[in-house]
Design a protein around this ligand. Structure first.
Ligand SMILES: Nc1ncnc2c1ncn2[C@@H]1O[C@H](COP(=O)(O)OP(=O)(O)O)[C@@H](O)[C@H]1O
Ligand SMILES: [Mg+2]
Length: 279
C-alpha cells in the first residue's frame, strides 16, 4: 500500500510548493490513473513514491509517504526500489546501457537475480512489451518509442510489487499505447501488481484505470473511482483536461433529453446508452 499523509514539498531554491497537502492512498492491487495539466506536480508525486524525493531531490518536506508501511524518509532508495519500479518520463535519463540486453541485465544483476533465471526473465519481459526482436540492438539505433518500450521492459523484468509509470506512452502510436495499457492491466489483474500511471491519453486511461486522481497546482483536486471523477467533467475541462468523448456525449445527452444519463467511460457503454435512447 502507498499512503501519502499531508505531504507538502518545495524543491530546494523554489518559492512555491510543487505539492501541497497531498492525501492519497493506493491499495495493493489498485490501478490508479493520475491526470492533470503540465506543471501540476504529477512527476513530483511519482518521485515522492520512489523516495527520490526527499533522498535525491532535496527541499522542504512536510508530512509523510509510506510504502508498505515504511516511511520513505527512513528507507533508502535502494530498498524502496525493490518494492516500487518506476518508468521515468524522461526515458533518456533512465537508460544507461549501450545495448538493449545490457539494459535489462543491469537491473536483474543489481537485484541479485540468480544467473540461471536471468535469460528467462529477460526474454519474458521483452516479449511482453513486444520487442523480443530488439534484444541485441544498440539503444542508439532505436526510435523514441522503442526506447520507451525498453525502459518499460527493464522495469517489468524486475517484477516489482508496485509499478509507477510517468507518461510511458508519450512517444508511442495509438496501437503500441494500447498494447502497453493492456499489458499493465494483465500485470494488475493476473499478478496483483499495483499500477500507478501518469498519462495524458485520457480516453485510454479511463478505460483501464480503476481510480483517478486529478492533480492541479500541486494539489489533488479530485480522487475516486474513474466514473465518479469523470462525472465532474466541467471541473476537468476548466483545468484543460479533456474528457473522453464518450463522457462528453453522455453529458450532452443528459442536457438534451432532460433526463440524467449515466456517465459513460467507454465506447460500449455509450453504444448501449444511445441504443436505449433510440429504442
Ligand atoms: N527538479 C526540480 N527543481 C525545481 N523545481 C522543479 C523540479 N522538478 C519540477 N519542478 C517544479 O515543480 C512543479 C511541478 O512539476 P512536475 O512535477 O514536473 O509537474 P508535471 O509532471 O505535472 O508536469 C513545476 O512548477 C516544476 O517547475
Ligand atoms: Mg511530468
Amino acid at each position: 500500500m502507498i499512503c501519502f499523509k499531508d505531504l507538502s514539498f518545495t524543491y530546494k531554491g523554489e518559492k512555491a510548493p510543487a505539492l501541497s497537502e497531498i492525501n492519497l492512498t493506493v491499495e495493493d492491487g489498485g490501478f490508479l490513473g493520475i491526470i492533470g495539466p503540465a506543471g501540476a506536480g504529477k512527476t513530483t508525486l511519482a518521485r515522492a513514491i520512489t523516495g527520490m524525493i526527499p533522498h535525491h531531490y532535496t527541499g522542504d518536506f512536510y508530512g509523510s509517504v509510506a510504502v508498505n508501511g515504511l516511511d520513505t524518509v527512513d528507507t533508502s532508495i535502494d530498498e524502496i526500489s525493490r518494492m516500487v519500479g518506476m518508468v521515468f518520463q524522461d526515458v533518456e535519463s533512465q537508460i544507461i546501457s549501450p545495448l538493449v540486453e545490457d539494459e535489462i541485465l543491469y537491473g536483474l544483476e543489481n537485484f541479485g537475480v540468480p544467473r540461471e533465471e536471468i535469460p528467462q526473465r529477460m526474454a519474458e519481459a521483452l516479449q511482453k512489451v513486444g520487442i523480443a526482436d530488439l534484444q541485441e540492438r544498440s539503444i542508439a539505433s532505436l526510435s523514441g518509442g522503442q526506447r520507451q518500450k525498453v525502459a518499460i521492459a527493464s522495469i517489468i523484468a524486475l517484477k516489482p510489487q508496485v509499478l509507477v509509470l510517468d507518461e510511458p506512452t508519450g512517444e508511442l502510436d495509438p496501437r503500441s499505447s494500447r498494447q502497453i495499457f493492456s499489458l499493465l492491466k494483465e500485470l494488475n489483474e493476473e499478478q496483483g501488481i499495483t499500477v500507478i500511471l501518469i498519462e495524458q491519453k485520457i480516453m485510454l486511461l479511463c478505460e483501464f484505470a480503476k481510480q483517478l486522481a486529478v492533480v492541479s497546482g500541486g494539489k489533488i483536486i479530485r480522487q475516486g473511482n474513474t466514473r465518479d471523477v469523470l462525472a465532474h467533467a466541467d471541473e476537468l475541462q476548466a483545468l484543460g483536461v479533456n474528457c473522453p468523448r464518450v463522457t462528453t456525449l453522455s453529458r450532452m445527452l443528459s442536457e438534451k433529453t432532460g433526463a440524467a444519463q449515466p456517465v459513460c467511460i467507454n465506447l460500449e457503454e455509450a453504444e448501449k446508452m444511445v441504443r436505449r435512447l433510440i429504442g
